[in-house]
Ligand binder design. Sequence first.
Ligand code: ADP
Ligand code: MG
Ligand code: MG
Length: 265
Amino acid sequence: KLSINDFEIGRPLGKGKFGSVYLARTKTGHFHCAIKVLFKSQLISGGVEHQLEREIEIQSHLQHPNIIRLYNYFWDAKKIYLILEYAPGGEMYKQLTTQKRFTEAMAGKYMYEIADALSYCHRKNVIHRDIKPENLLIGAQGELKIGDFGWSVHAPSNKRQTMCGTMDYLPPEMVNGNSHSDAVDLWAIGVLCYEFLVGKPPFEHENQADTYSAIKAGRFTYPDFVKKGARDLIGKLLVVDPRRRCSLQEVKDHYWVTSMLDSCR
Ligand code: ADP
Ligand code: MG
Ligand code: MG
């Protein structure tokens, strides 16, 4: 059985609400990975044990080039350890902050990658529900990797109406308290595409009430520099009626996305 003694622990990679993540490598084989360490006591006092169980159950069954692998997990008396694929490019959020906004070529490539990863998830009835730059990492080839499945659900087994995630990415059907489907992820990648290109999310306002009403109305504006092709894609994702949002396949085939992929080659 695997234990923490099988690893050499390196520098801290980041901190979440309940866990700290460290670079590590196996003592035999020197295989690099990221170890997420969670304190049982904090999980219990935060009431998130079941959420972690779900995160482990879901992420350990996902194998896709744009999703962080969960290789293994184990625990001791006080802590739970998740052995994750290491993403050497770090956080998408940090990249976006330092670059302010991405080029169309970068944004388009990332949109293809996230649409491909999410269509894989949705085929397995997994809804992510918390897509935002903070939960995306960057791989060795500069590719996007979905990295945090803490809010994800396996759709057939969950019909609860929970409020989760930061407000900026909430779709109108969740603001209104309606039950949600995998279309929440489509809304979220519409917000993401806008934020990639503009540097801030489309419904950002001084106060919560204004953000809510803008989301419910699907009301937002573009700065002049956002070009027609990107506007067309974002406009097909940020549709208030969840049934009328374009599909992930349509995102992958969208003329702006495919033209940006061509410009990357
Ligand atoms: P939480 O679920 O508590 O939000 P995360 O899984 O998002 O925790 O991890 C916290 C931070 O640790 C991330 O924002 C990121 O900076 C870093 N991190 C997490 N996983 C990895 C990984 N596989 N490779 C590199 N850095 C990571
Ligand atoms: Mg996180
Ligand atoms: Mg999490």
